[in-house]
Write a protein that binds this ligand. Structure first.
Ligand SMILES: N[C@@H](CCC(=O)N[C@@H](CS)C(=O)NCC(=O)O)C(=O)O
Length: 218
């Protein structure tokens, strides 16, 4: 039986790939694991059946046999641990790739989300315009440091890993709403390399198909 993930029935980003089911689909595509998708409405996300799967009433979730998971990082890590292709064999290299997953979610994504929330949820507040330069500087600090670390390498730790999958996913959120990434050509190229991966393209197309109504296979 294939694993089942949840995704928005009606994605607020209109299929631009920013909802976090995209990163799960991408990981599934990278490892060649077919999957099912259960689409959920905002109403259903708050109902008991979904809340039992996800304590915060969000997507994505992941069901495989009697395993139930939430949090995109935990789901991608589970997939990477149980399939070949997203984590190196060497124990230290493997942990470094996992550290990059945490860095993406815990160090790079928060300032990007702060900006997004300010733009989307607080744009009418008097303080938003005033504090935006500081919010964007916090993103630039992280981009600058990440850019220095990546240098002219293709990926963060040797071969493409779950760490890159997560970092590219997080940077795509910034790319969708700002030109800031273009200030760091090696990061812009890094993200483009991620987007060019056939597995990413399949994942993107599958989530877009939910919005356009075209059939897709997971
Ligand atoms: N930290 C969680 C965040 C999950 C999350 O924010 N999901 C969004 C979609 S990308 C969601 O369900 N938003 C609707 C809501 O919070 O009501 C993860 O990485 O899975």
């Amino acid at each position: 039986m294939n694993p089942t993930i949840t995704a928005f029935e009606s994605s607020p980003d209109r299929g631009r790939g920013l909802a976090r089911d995209t990163r799960i689909r991408w990981a599934l595509e990278e490892v060649g694991q077919p999957y099912e998708v259960r689409l959920v409405s905002f109403k259903a996300m708050r109902q008991a059946a979904h809340m039992a799967l996800h304590p915060f009433g969000q997507i994505p979730t992941y069901e495989e046999g009697d395993l139930r998971l939430f949090e995109s990082g935990a789901i991608v890590l589970h997939l990477a641990e149980h399939h070949v292709g997203l984590l190196p064999d060497d124990a230290h290299a493997r942990m470094r790739a996992i550290a990059w997953m945490f860095a993406a979610l815990n160090t790079v994504e928060p300032p990007i989300l702060e900006r997004q929330n300010a733009k989307l949820l607080e744009r009418d507040k008097p303080w938003t315009e005033q504090r935006m330069p500081a919010v964007e500087d916090r993103i630039r600090d992280r981009l600058h440091q990440l850019s220095n670390r990546l240098g002219d390498a293709a990926w963060l730790e040797g071969a493409f890993s779950a760490g890159d999958l997560m970092m590219v996913s997080v940077l795509l959120r910034l790319k969708a709403s700002s030109d800031m990434l273009d200030e760091y050509p090696n990061l812009a190229a890094y993200v483009a390399r991620g987007e060019a991966r056939p597995a990413y393209k399949r994942a993107f197309d599958a989530q877009l198909a939910v919005f356009t109504g075209q059939s897709s296979t997971g």
